[in-house]
Design a binder for this molecule. Structure first.
Ligand code: SME
Length: 164
């Protein structure tokens, strides 16, 4: 098992322990970004964008420099993940049409959608790196596993907060 996989497993164990007490969706997102962000040197910005209205994402809990507030599903890497309901693994953000540059130091990113059991995208998890091609299939597999669980466990609660 690679060093990265060992780290993901340790992070997930800490997240499981922290989330064993009842807590709401905001507490969950805050805990997840903190644990992930501080576990990996290449995670330079780590955060959630939440669906707050149809086809509109808004900044949620994050770690790193300031993130832009609103992202429509039609824009950026986050919007593409929300619109297509698929993970966006972007090795070079400068070659992604419509990439939204919140920080000029970001060179690569991965954005994973979080989908409720009824099929609604409730949020996306966005991780940005200052290294080129910083994320790979291992990051994708572990982050998708985590986000699938978040969608199953907190999807209904988050759906109730989406404006119609
Ligand atoms: N890079 C994202 C925007 C969010 S920030 O980088 C924090 C995008 O293009 O969707």
């Amino acid at each position: 098992m690679s060093e990265k996989e060992v780290t993901y497993r340790e992070v997930f164990q800490r997240i499981d322990a922290l989330l064993s007490e009842p807590c709401d969706w905001i507490a969950v997102m805050s805990t997840v970004v903190c644990e992930l962000h501080h576990a990996f040197d290449n995670y330079n910005w780590t955060g959630f964008y939440r669906t707050v209205a149809p086809n509109l994402l808004q900044i949620g809990p994050y770690q790193g420099g300031h993130g832009c507030i609103d992202i429509p599903f039609s824009r950026g890497v986050c919007g593409a993940a929300a619109r297509t309901k698929t993970t966006q693994l972007v090795a070079d953000v400068h070659s992604f049409p419509g990439h939204i540059a919140c920080s000029s130091s970001t060179l690569s990113e991965i954005v994973v959608p979080i989908i409720s059991t009824s099929g609604t995208v409730i949020a996306v998890l966005d991780v940005d790196s200052d290294e080129r091609a910083s994320f790979d299939a291992t990051d994708k597999a572990y982050l998708e596993h985590l986000c699938a669980r978040l969608g199953r466990d907190y999807g209904h609660e988050a759906e109730l907060t989406i404006r119609s």
